[in-house]
Design a protein around this ligand. Structure first.
Ligand SMILES: C[S@@+](CC[C@H](N)C(=O)[O-])C[C@H]1O[C@@H](n2cnc3c(N)ncnc32)[C@H](O)[C@@H]1O
Length: 315
């Protein structure tokens, strides 16, 4: 009830209607072209849930709605909430998945509108983690070239480029993603330093000794162990000696003490992409087999249960 109420209010523009000043419910209904009585019910539900406040029948935004749900604010989660309409439909297929074991394979089956929601949703709320990554990731001195595989909106690339002034990033992405991620990439304001390269991480040749950093965020949960080993081996070949290969991922927890977040994400990724989350040891093993030297794992403070497993190519 709560999730859908927040999603609906976000999509209908209720929070935006209250952005500048408190309003009566009839005024909100008029501004958003909605039914008056039904809008009042929704506003009451949101007030009871702590997303709005009310005084003398005048509604205003509560702190958490202002912080997370408005368009274009720092740390806005709005695009992720809109993406959840798509995720909601995917979860509706969970029962079929459990019966048949057949995943939805989202990347093969999304419409153009779905791709737009997906790319914008992935971008939201990434700034803090990207900034932290850029500060904490150990890379060669004065790096120049970055390959960001499955990098979509480019927020991690942009943070790394800001941290390292001579760095430029090539963001390898599927063509339907690029169609919608291109304007998001341009909005980082780094011009030619961030460029999309259309391609497929599973099959593309990545080159040899070409990059100071290869970065892969939230991608390996879509692929099987064999596909990931092949990808990491090609990525290792593409690194210059001394270069860093970093994998940023939500971690699979041990079965004996699975967390709610870890367990649900593992189910979600297996349902949507046939794979699932991986442990830090799995990812380090792919890097070791690719001939890389494992470095210290970084646990991101701004993204709980997410770690960066990094390794260096021997000089
Ligand atoms: C979960 S999103 C992560 C996006 C971004 N790296 C992040 O961490 O926010 C996965 C991205 O990988 C891309 N992707 C999936 N399969 C791919 C493939 N075979 N080759 C290249 N990119 C792929 C998707 O289009 C999507 O943008």
């Amino acid at each position: 009830m709560l999730a859908r109420s927040i999603m609906v209010a976000t999509r209908l523009g209720i929070f935006e209607a209250l952005r500048e000043r408190p309003c009566a419910s009839a005024e909100v209904a008029r501004a958003c072209q909605l039914d008056e009585r039904a809008t009042e019910k929704l506003l009451n539900a949101l007030t009871g849930s702590g997303y709005l406040e009310v005084s003398n029948d005048i509604f205003s935004l509560a702190g958490k709605a202002r912080q997370w749900l408005l368009k274009g604010t720092k740390n806005s989660f709005r695009d992720k909430v809109l993406f959840q309409f798509l995720e909601w439909d995917w979860w509706g297929q969970c029962e079929d998945y459990i019966r048949s074991g057949k995943p939805i394979t989202i990347h093969e089956n999304m419409s153009s509108a779905d791709w737009a929601l997906y790319q914008r949703g992935m971008r939201s709320c990434k700034d803090a983690a990207a900034h932290e990554l850029a500060k904490r990731l150990s890379v060669p001195t004065n790096p120049r070239t970055l390959l960001d595989i499955g990098g979509s909106h480019g927020t991690y690339s942009a943070a790394l480029c800001r941290e390292h002034p001579r760095l430029t990033s090539t963001i390898l992405e599927l063509p339907p993603a690029i169609e919608h991620a291109a304007p998001i990439l341009a909005a980082h304001g780094l011009g030619e330093r961030l460029q999309h390269r259309p391609g497929d991480a599973l099959t593309d040749e990545l080159g040899e000794n070409a990059y100071d950093i290869v970065f892969i965020a939230s991608l390996v949960h879509h692929f099987s162990a064999e596909q990931n080993q092949a990808l990491i081996t090609r990525a290792g070949r593409a690194l210059r000696p001394g270069g860093t290969l970093a994998i940023l991922e939500a971690l699979r927890s041990e079965a004996s003490h699975t967390t709610q977040f870890g367990g649900l994400l593992d189910l979600y990724f297996s349902m949507t992409s046939q794979s699932g989350t991986w442990s830090a040891a799995d990812m380090a093993e792919w890097q070791r087999r690719a001939g890389l030297k494992i470095m210290r794992t970084i646990r991101l403070r701004n993204a709980p249960n997410v770690a960066v497993i990094s390794a260096r190519k021997p000089a």
